[in-house]
Write a protein that binds this ligand. Structure first.
Ligand SMILES: [Zn+2]
Length: 189
């Protein structure tokens, strides 16, 4: 009986561990695929830019400007790697990419909660408008690439434009993103 209990305990422990590892691997690879296949400046910086525009401008001007700001920011050098569309490049930098993505999501959600809690709904709304063109990548990842099972296609003219403006995705672009985020945060708070 004791042997059985020990064996059962050990096996179920192993099973739970294996399950958690599998789940973690699946989640990280999905996150990486959905974000990095997709030539992104961070969610955080798009959100902060839109929110700041809403702070300093009336809504009818801030909303279209926020949308336009997305493409201007994407053209600014930002974090990433050259040829990030290739699976090999993505796999080579999996852990770093996953960490940056996770940090970006945590920061983006924290800023959103802070905006909601402080009653700045309009700032949040315009911040989300500034981020919105990147929803297309998530749609493509889920619907067209079947959660990363199929390789990304070139896409239509808008997709190609959105990808081609992001010429400088490099690790050093991360410094530019941090400096930009800190500067814009000073205007926002
Ligand atoms: Zn974008």
């Amino acid at each position: 009986m004791l042997v059985f209990m020990l064996r059962f305990g050990l096996e179920s422990k192993l099973t739970i561990k294996t399950f958690l590892v599998m789940k973690y691997k699946l989640m990280t690879s999905m996150l990486i695929a959905s974000y990095t296949a997709n030539y992104n400046m961070t969610f955080t910086n798009h959100l902060l830019t839109g929110a700041t525009l809403a702070k300093v401008l009336p809504l009818p001007i801030a909303i279209p400007l926020a949308f336009a700001s997305h493409f201007i920011l994407d053209a600014v050098p930002h974090f990433g790697f050259k040829n990030i569309g290739s699976l090999e490049v993505r796999n080579n930098h999996k852990k770093l990419l996953a960490s940056v993505i996770l940090l970006d999501i945590i920061l983006g959600i924290s800023i959103s909660i802070w905006l909601l809690a402080s009653g700045h709904y309009r700032w949040l709304l315009v911040g989300l408008v500034a981020y919105s063109p990147d929803l297309l990548w998530i749609y493509r990842f889920i619907v067209e690439e079947k959660f990363g099972r199929l390789a990304p296609t070139e896409g239509n003219r808008f997709t190609k434009f959105h990808a081609n403006i992001q010429k400088y995705e490099r690790p050093w672009g991360g410094f530019i993103e941090v400096i930009y985020a800190a500067s814009i945060l000073l205007i926002l708070i």
